[in-house]
Write a protein that binds this ligand. Structure first.
Ligand code: PGA
Length: 241
């Protein structure tokens, strides 16, 4: 199982101290088969990498610019730069960025160029509450998958993170029965090699006991709770208990 920590726009140099507990945990037997990936803000990627030097915790970024060449894009960072600094993953298509105008087409270009840069991609999809209430969840997910992965043949480095928009940061999660169906539906979109699928949206130390029952799930994308080392570790432990 993969446990991806999405720190969003939180964290500073002081946060590095909070990682000691997680590093210790990552070297213990308690981690079982859990794989930890941290996606801090860009400003902390190098410091996190140094901190994780002697352990197996991996590093990712939370977004990237769509261009695969260096250029005049003030304030942006592309996937080549992320790979160069030592990141192995990048989150693309998060609803917080879609909401600001990131289109499926742009997401598709970002994914293609992240593949070129040899990054693994955590590709986020999910419906809003009004889409859910109109019964459009599957339609939206199909569209996001179709357009986001358009003309991408090799999908082995792509993780799909199903994150219902209404669940992010709200404490609400879908019913496990619904999640089972949705994960099955997403997997059904892929004929040959199935991508790994993560669930994200308000994962916490309590609801993990229910969420871990979802069949065929490969892990979790964890926002708020991942900033607290104890909670993050607890989520991993409870997944395997
Ligand atoms: P949350 O965020 O766990 O705080 O709901 C998840 C995410 O946005 O990836």
């Amino acid at each position: 199982m993969y446990f991806v920590a999405n720190w969003k726009m939180f964290g500073n140099l002081k946060s590095l101290n909070t990682l000691n507990k997680v590093i210790k945990f990552s070297k213990s037997k308690e981690i079982k088969k859990g794989r930890l990936i941290y996606c801090p803000p860009y400003t902390l990627i190098s410091s996190f990498l140094k901190k994780f030097e002697n352990c197996l915790i991996d590093l990712g970024a939370q977004n990237c610019h769509e261009s695969d060449v260096y250029g005049s894009h003030t304030g942006f960072i592309n996937s080549r730069m992320l790979k160069n600094v030592g990141a192995n993953y990048v989150i693309i298509g998060h609803s917080e960025n879609r909401r600001k105008g990131e289109t499926d087409k742009l997401i598709n270009i970002k994914i293609k160029n992240a593949i070129k840069a040899k990054l693994k991609i955590i590709f986020c999809i999910g419906e809003t509450i009004s889409e859910k209430n109109k019964g459009k969840t599957k339609l939206i997910l199909s569209k996001q998958i179709k357009l986001g992965l358009k003309k991408i043949k090799i999908k082995s480095n792509i993780f799909i993170a199903y994150e219902p928009v209404w669940s992010i940061g709200t404490g609400k999660i879908p019913k496990i029965r619904e999640l089972d169906q949705i994960i099955k539906f997403i997997k059904g979109k892929f004929k040959d090699k199935l991508p790994k699928i993560l669930y994200g949206g308000s994962v916490n130390t309590q609801n993990i006991n229910d969420l871990k029952q979802i069949s065929n799930l490969d892990g979790f994308l964890i926002g708020g709770a991942s900033q607290n080392a104890k909670k993050f570790i607890d989520i991993v432990k409870k997944t395997y208990s």
